[in-house]
Design a protein around this ligand. Structure first.
Ligand code: BMA
Length: 329
């Protein structure tokens, strides 16, 4: 059995057993969505969000599309991983010397990770164009925003949950200022989370249609004894639409600039009505994974840029599916 390493395992993780006849290595929560439309008086749609399990609760940062149509970031909590309460005041950031930083017009797609005793939020922020922002917090009340470490145009930042050989590592995806028609995953490293360099190209769009236009990192990489397991998104166009699916790649544990394997097939693609209809139809966009006992994983994903949904798997199922369906890369 493959092992998840260096993680907090949630005892009563929301989990349903795999339905009979299931084909892909991931299956959906029978009561999706977990966060439906209009979750509170400020947020019309909450999705592509991320949280951690800490002191008996799920706590994190949510992309909230407000009633003016702009997305920004809100703290949200849940006791059980199924019922979430989202704050109605957006997150305001301070600088490292405690001075308020002006709110940006929009912010979206946060990832959240705990490294040592600090939580880090990584998101797509407006700085002339879109760029990756990083903030740190100890209590989800005061958020210290670091100076931007990447130039515009770049997004889909996913920070590794620990330093590797003394350095932080970040997955990114260079983009343009709109619905980018290209997308390649890069990896960069940093000693201090401020100066990023040593950029490597990791993964290009594939010959397979589901990931033929762009690929990008999803949730924070999962450390296993076989390598860093990364859930990615892959995008294709059809005649009248875009389609966002989820896939997998595995990176070397000691040197994550080395790709060990990429999955030829998607592991989740829009099929249910809540994934095929909504603000942006045909989008599944995983941004958060919470590990439970015995390799169980709860994957939270945005569906159609409208709701937050939940799916389940185990680390063994993901790794065996990846091995059984290797892609050329
Ligand atoms: C991407 C991001 C995501 C969004 C997806 C589908 O470029 O903007 O936030 O879910 O497009 O619209």
């Amino acid at each position: 059995m493959a092992k998840i390493l260096n993680a907090t395992f949630v005892k009563d993780l929301p989990f349903e057993e795999e339905p009979k006849g299931n084909i892909l290595p991931v299956w959906r929560y029978s009561k999706n969505p977990v966060i439906g439309r209009n979750p509170n008086k400020v947020i019309a749609r909450a999705y592509n969000s991320a949280f951690v399990y800490e002191n008996g609760e799920y706590i994190g940062v949510f992309r909230g599309e407000m009633y003016n149509g702009l997305p920004t970031l809100f703290v949200g909590r849940s006791k059980d991983g199924l019922h979430f309460e989202l704050e109605t005041e957006r997150i305001h950031f301070v600088s490292e010397d405690g001075q308020p930083i002006p709110d940006t017009l929009w912010s979206y797609d946060p990832r959240v990770v705990k490294i040592e005793d600090t939580f880090y939020v990584i998101w797509a922020d407006l700085w002339d164009e879109v760029t990756i922002a990083i903030a740190k917090t100890k209590d989800f009340k005061t958020f210290v925003k670091l100076p931007y470490g990447f130039l515009p145009n770049i997004r889909n930042g996913s920070l590794f949950p620990r330093k590797i050989n003394g350095k932080y590592y970040m997955l990114t995806r260079p983009s343009d200022n709109a619905s980018t028609h290209f997308g390649t995953i890069f990896i960069s490293d940093s000693y201090d989370l401020k100066y990023w360099g040593n950029h490597h190209l990791l993964l290009k769009p594939s010959v397979n249609w589901w990931s033929g236009v762009k690929v990008g990192a999803g949730p924070i990489p999962i450390e296993t004894d076989e390598g860093w397991l990364v859930i990615i998104h892959g995008v294709c166009y059809n005649c009248n639409n875009i389609v966002y699916s989820a896939g997998l790649m595995l990176l070397d544990r000691d040197d994550p600039t080395k790709v060990l394997a990429v999955c030829n097939n998607y592991i989740l693609t829009p099929e249910e009505v809540y994934e095929t209809t909504g603000f942006t139809p045909n989008v599944v966009f995983p941004t958060c994974v919470i590990p439970g006992e015995n390799g169980k994983l709860a994957i939270y994903y945005g569906a159609s840029d409208t709701t937050t949904c939940l799916a389940f798997t185990t680390v063994d199922k993901l790794l065996s599916y990846l091995k059984a369906n290797p892609a050329k890369f």
